[in-house]
Design a protein around this ligand. Structure first.
Ligand SMILES: [Zn+2]
Length: 401
């Protein structure tokens, strides 16, 4: 292993300029969600050029490449999305230019551009790790697989398609979303619940004739904020769920009509100790309390598909139940530095694999706080070191033939 680490280190540093250029080229191809075609073809073409055993693009523009192992080892799949959020007011979003990090509130030399940190830096490193192994003649026992997926920012249709339509699966999965070079083992779940509050419309010039659904909704929202949200249980790994009322609409939408209906939405990031059923129950309890207090109060919780499908949409790869986490820590320590174990604040496509019972680990360059911002960038050295880490992980997980 020490030999390989030294070899890879030399290889990456020796090809620095070329590897930086590779990421700049990928950033220069716009790929907002739904328009990933050019970026996917670029990656598949490159994987073919780098002697991957197979590389192709599917109907949703997911790029998938495999370096076949010699047999007898675990397969290792690295997943990264190639779509990105809109560029907004970003200046030169597709320039991929090298900058002094200080200008962006960071330090050292950085590569700037939309998706640099979320997450073309990691995707480029995944593809180049395969190239490095091929060119250095490092043969693995298990398959090394890269999925550059589409539609992650809008729900995960790309990853789902690679799993369902292509059965592109492995024994261990890595998600390269930004972890700032630390180890991430999961994230909270995400739930969206709606509530419809019913009233009775009337002319706004005589509000006493109707029941103002907006006023009734205010009562319920106050209880959600002051009673339900603070009462959720703390989890040792995920902490406390977050809960926020984020959207509200009334009907009819007229300034001179007392609304007969008010609908609002709640975003909740939960853990296994506070499921969709718990939130559903909590909201219905509030409705019952308000009804007992006020005979005119009437509301319905809009059911979420989550309740039927799965009560927890996040995941956690528990080191106590998954010995591979220990091996992963060892490999990252050998090829880079000992990582801290944590979880992501946001959701990732890792949940799709974890829900199938596959151990999922997270490691990527870039910091969460720069994702989706006008300061989207990654540190050059972190990007290059990530290539080394991915090779180290592949050797550890797949085994060297
Ligand atoms: Zn992302």
């Amino acid at each position: 292993m020490t030999d390989i680490v030294a070899q890879i280190d030399q290889w990456v540093e020796g090809n620095r300029e070329e590897y930086i250029k590779f990421l700049q080229d990928l950033i220069s191809i716009p790929s907002p969600s739904g328009e990933e075609g050019d970026a996917a073809s670029f990656l598949a073409d490159k994987m073919n050029e780098f002697n991957y055993t197979t590389a192709r693009v599917d109907a949703l523009n997911d790029a998938m490449g495999t370096i076949k192992g010699t047999g007898g080892g675990r397969s290792f799949l690295l997943n990264g999305h190639i779509d990105h959020v809109p560029v907004g007011e970003m200046i030169d979003p597709y320039s991929g230019k090298i900058m002094d990090g200080e200008e962006l509130g960071d330090h050292g030399e950085v590569i700037y551009g939309r998706a640099a940190c979320d997450m073309k830096g990691a995707v480029a490193a995944m593809v180049l790790a395969g190239r490095a192994m091929n060119e250095l003649g490092i043969r693995l026992k298990g398959d090394y697989m890269v999925a550059g997926v589409a539609f992650e920012e809008v729900g995960g249709a790309g990853t789902k398609s690679t799993i369902i339509d292509s059965q592109f699966l492995a024994d261990v999965v890595l998600i390269g979303e930004a972890t700032d070079m630390q180890l991430s083992l999961g994230h909270r779940g995400s739930m969206k619940f709606g509530v419809t509050v019913h009233g009775r419309a009337c002319h706004a010039s005589a509000p006493e004739r109707g029941i103002n659904a907006l006023y009734k909704a205010m009562k319920m929202i106050t209880k959600i904020k002051d009673e339900l949200a603070p009462s959720t249980p703390v989890h040792p790994i995920y902490g406390k769920p977050s809960m926020a009322v984020t959207q509200i609409t009334v009907s009819p939408e007229a300034y001179n009509v007392v609304p007969e209906e008010c609908k609002f939405w709640i975003d909740c990031r939960n853990h296994p100790g506070f499921t969709a059923n718990d939130l559903f129950q909590g909201l219905n309890d509030i409705i019952d309390e308000l009804k007992a207090d006020d005979p005119e109060f009437d509301a319905t919780v809009i059911p979420t598909p989550l309740i039927e499908e799965r009560s927890f949409s996040g995941f956690y790869t528990d080191p106590d139940e998954n010995p591979v986490v220990g091996e992963v820590v060892e490999a990252i320590t050998e090829s880079y530095k000992e990582p801290r174990k944590g979880i992501w604040t946001f959701a990732t496509d890792g949940r799709f694999y974890s829900h199938l019972g596959i151990p999922v680990i997270g490691f990527g360059p870039g910091e969460e706080e720069y994702a989706h911002t006008q300061r989207d960038h990654i540190r050059v050295q972190d990007y290059l070191d990530t290539i080394k880490v991915y090779v180290g992980l592949a050797c550890k997980i797949c085994g060297v033939a």
